[in-house]
Design a protein around this ligand. Structure first.
Ligand code: FE2
Length: 435
């Protein structure tokens, strides 16, 4: 038996070690210890972690890498970011949006990030960004799954042409219905927008992913409406609420009623820790709220929680490098998710959980799945979050599409080892005596 590719001696995210992964015709054929077979290419993983690719379920590819155009966000607030984007929007060109998006996709591939759900602003009557990102979607399809959300950035009701533009964008093949209820003129308009947008998704058989309650206002209640409409329209399992930062500030009693409603409705939650920690709490003096939604409590209720990058070098966030482990690391810190279990779940929040939210077919490390994977210079998911390590190889459909040299530092210290070994700091879980 001969395969296209065998990755040897892999450690899998579930803890299995010494696994060989055999791939043929773009699919995983077998995962077993010591597969006795030949392959056109063999890669020795050397006991390192081999993961399914990273998935970003919340991004804005029409705005990415536009930092400084036409100016910087001085206040750091969401509202100045939206205003700044409004200044840039009329200046966008088809070519520039495509060029920046492709540059971002290159960066994403280098980081093992092979699936992205991107919101695309439809409040530009030209729908220039929609056309541009549809082109990008087709161009990157061989190596990156790009899913688009029709996003009425300026408000579905607040922007006079948003409703017509959103329908046009969906007609053009945008797959997911978005929204921004907290930016509508009133709480009532916000709730009405959630209802209208969920009805559109139900009629068209589409998914929903709404920016929902991205505010520090403890009385912002749109996730309740989103859960209600999801249930009313039978959209269970097809709806995600993005941000949900108001949940950070909500009254505990109210949250104890809200979360079971989300469970009933099968609504998933998407936190964006890098952006939430930077944008929320800007109107506070001290203490400054962290803003990220209640990740641990949502998980405990059985609600799927994923982490998105949201922004990289754009009007809202001037940092970022398409590294979903940086995103997971920030979530761990902001959310006190430092138990071993919570950190492992945080790795799943940038891999398997968002893959399910996107509805990616045949994703994962199992026979029959696409042979898509990343070899990391780390021993396990927790070390990966700690180290944000080099992606040694990124594999798509059995083909290596990116390789990075391992990070090795030579030490020049008398009486010390020649090299720094990150694994030397690995914990020995369950060790009887500390040393
Ligand atoms: Fe967003």
């Amino acid at each position: 038996m001969s395969f296209d590719l065998i990755v040897r001696n892999a450690t899998l995210p579930d803890g299995r070690t010494g696994q060989d992964i055999a791939c043929t015709a773009g699919r995983i054929a077998a995962i077993e210890p010591r597969i006795e077979a030949q392959a056109a290419r063999e890669i020795e993983a050397g006991g390192q972690l081999v993961s399914p690719p990273f998935v970003d379920c919340h991004f804005h590819m029409d705005a990415t890498l536009s930092l400084g155009l036409p100016r910087m966000n001085v206040s750091g607030t969401l509202l100045e970011g939206i205003a700044l984007w409004g200044e840039l929007k009329p200046l966008l060109t088809h070519e520039a949006v495509i060029e920046r998006a492709l540059r971002y996709c290159d960066l994403a591939v280098s980081q093992g990030l092979l699936a992205i759900r991107s919101h695309v602003d439809i409040c530009d009557d030209r729908l220039l960004a929609v056309e541009a990102l549809k082109e990008v979607q087709a161009k990157v399809r061989p190596y990156l799954d790009l899913q688009l959300v029709a996003f009425p950035q300026d408000g579905y009701y607040r922007s006079p042409t948003a409703a017509a533009n959103l329908a046009r964008a969906l007609d053009m093949g945008v797959e997911v219905v978005g929204g921004i209820p907290h930016f509508e003129r009133t709480m009532a308009d916000g709730a009405a927008s959630v209802r209208a947008l969920c009805e559109i998704a139900a009629e068209r058989g589409l998914l929903v992913d709404m920016h929902c309650d991205e505010t520090d206002d403890p009385l912002s209640r749109h996730v309740e409406t989103l859960a209600f409409e999801t249930q009313r329209l039978g959209l269970q399992g097809r709806v995600a609420g993005s941000h949900l930062t108001s949940m950070h500030s909500m009254d505990n009693y109210y949250v104890s009623k809200l979360m079971p409603l989300m469970v009933e409705a099968g609504v998933a939650a998407i936190a964006n820790p890098l952006i939430n920690i930077c944008i929320q709490g800007r109107h506070d003096s001290y203490p400054k709220r962290r803003g990220m939604t209640r990740v641990a409590e949502l998980r405990d209720m059985g609600i799927p929680v994923a982490f998105g990058h949201d922004c990289v070098m754009d009007p809202w966030y001037s940092l970022g490098q398409a590294d979903m482990l940086e995103v997971a690391s920030m979530a761990v810190h902001v959310g006190h998710l430092t138990s071993r279990e919570a950190m492992r779940a945080s790795f799943e929040a940038v891999t398997t959980v968002p893959a399910a939210i996107l509805g990616l077919a045949d994703y994962g490390l199992a026979p029959g799945c696409h042979s898509d994977m990343v070899i990391l210079q780390a021993a396990d998911p927790i070390e990966a979050i700690r180290m944000k390590p080099v992606r040694l190889a990124v594999i798509r459909r059995g083909r290596v599409i990116a390789e990075t040299m391992p990070k090795v530092t030579a030490l020049r210290l008398d009486g010390r080892p020649d090299m720094v070994d990150p694994a030397a700091y690995a914990p020995r879980e369950g060790a009887a005596t500390p040393s």
